[in-house]
Design a protein around this ligand. Structure first.
Ligand code: ATP
Ligand code: LTN
Length: 336
């Protein structure tokens, strides 16, 4: 149908809402790529069971994730939106890629290192260890040229590239080597209450995490309590003033106004004014998004239909790539 380049990205259904970091660092950038690329976007439920989980919550969160993606501007006519477990080729290719991954290579992934350092290796499942290889399979199955993500995922794309190159040189050209697409300005949105850490759904305290489905009053309260920096002037200096700079980044991205213009507009004003304006911009932006999400959630049949159509399209592409990879490694064709 097209000679357009491919884009693929994925997001985990591990919370009842995405947060502003997920949205600004990743999801928001998926939307325009639907026009320039052949687009595949995936709710990665296989990834979401690497840590202990509740089945009912996973079911609910998978639909909430899909509804938020549609509300954020993914259009079923311009992209394939699907659930990872509906496309069996992800798990199948992951096995093949695991067999060409070094044990040490997988051990160097920071997420695995952090988890085992924190909880001990007996408390961390093997899924946490192999998860980046499943992610590589997600990407390679679609022959994706670009993968829009936040900074924390850079290492996984490097691994994906290494594995694809290794496979191609051992077994013949099979996979496209993908590039990460990381938008610098929003690559790492920091926690409002702890600007040294990235905003994350797994943080112990949610005081500095803005969920995109959160009620306006709660959003405003969190922004008003955001940790700012010593000093009084509103300046953009992520190294010396991470809290204030983060608020400016959020305001600039959601309002479409340049950071310099915002900084000029705050001349003679203080952090209180900055917080009030940021809160208003965030609430204005997220309210319609929350409403559109609720609308999709009230139409479960419609939502499931979108996901079924997306999965059918995904299986076509993934099936062809898996067949080529199986043939390349020397598996006999299955006779039907
Ligand atoms: P979290 O740390 O919140 O648990 P995650 O990275 O484990 O999130 P996902 O929900 O799958 O898991 O992340 C989806 C996308 O959001 C990824 O591309 C990731 O890089 C991006 N992302 C997550 N947190 C941030 C952040 N604070 N700033 C920018 N991008 C982020
Ligand atoms: N590991 C990612 C989620 C993820 C992903 C992907 C991102 C799984 N498969 C494929 C991009 C492409 C995370 O934790 N954020």
């Amino acid at each position: 149908m097209t000679n357009r380049q491919r884009v693929l990205s994925g997001i985990q259904p591990t919370a009842d809402s995405f947060h502003l970091g997920n949205y600004l660092g990743a999801v928001r950038n998926w939307v325009p790529l639907q026009d320039s690329h052949d687009a595949f976007y995936c709710v990665v439920d296989l990834h979401a069971i690497t840590n202990p989980h509740d089945p009912a919550a996973l079911r609910r969160r998978t639909r909430v994730a899909a509804a938020q993606l549609l509300a954020a501007g993914l259009d079923p006519d311009r992209c394939a939106l699907f659930v990872q477990s509906h496309v069996p080729q992800h798990a199948e290719l992951a096995w093949v890629m695991e067999c060409i991954t070094g044990f040490g290579e997988a051990s160097r992934m920071t997420q695995f290192k952090d988890r085992t350092a924190r909880y001990g290796s007996d408390k961390v499942g093997v899924g946490v260890f192999t998860y980046p290889i499943l992610q590589a399979a997600d990407i390679l199955l679609y022959q994706a040229n670009v993968v829009p993500i936040g900074e924390d995922q850079r290492q996984h794309i490097e691994l994906t590239r290494d594995l694809a190159q290794r496979f191609n040189s051992r077994f013949g050209d099979t996979f496209v080597i993908p590039d990460a697409l990381i938008v610098k300005e929003t690559a790492k949105i920091v926690d409002l209450a702890d600007p040294a850490a990235k905003m994350s759904k797994s943080s112990e305290s949610q005081a500095g995490v803005i969920d995109i489905l959160e009620e306006p009053a709660a959003i405003t309260k969190k922004i008003k309590r955001a940790v700012t920096d010593t000093g009084t002037e509103v300046r953009f200096d992520p190294a010396k003033q991470p809290g204030v700079s983060n608020l400016l980044t959020i305001q600039s991205t959601l309002s479409g106004r340049q950071i310099e213009e915002l900084v000029t507009s705050y001349a003679g004003k203080g952090y209180g004014d900055l917080k009030s304006e940021v809160a208003a911009v965030v609430v204005d932006y997220l309210t319609p998004l929350r409403e559109r999400t609720q609308k999709w959630l009230s139409d479960e049949a419609g939502l499931d239909e979108v996901l079924a159509t997306g999965a059918a399209r995904a299986r076509e592409v993934a099936g062809a790539t898996l067949a080529a990879a199986y043939d390349a490694v020397g598996f006999l064709p299955a006779r039907r």
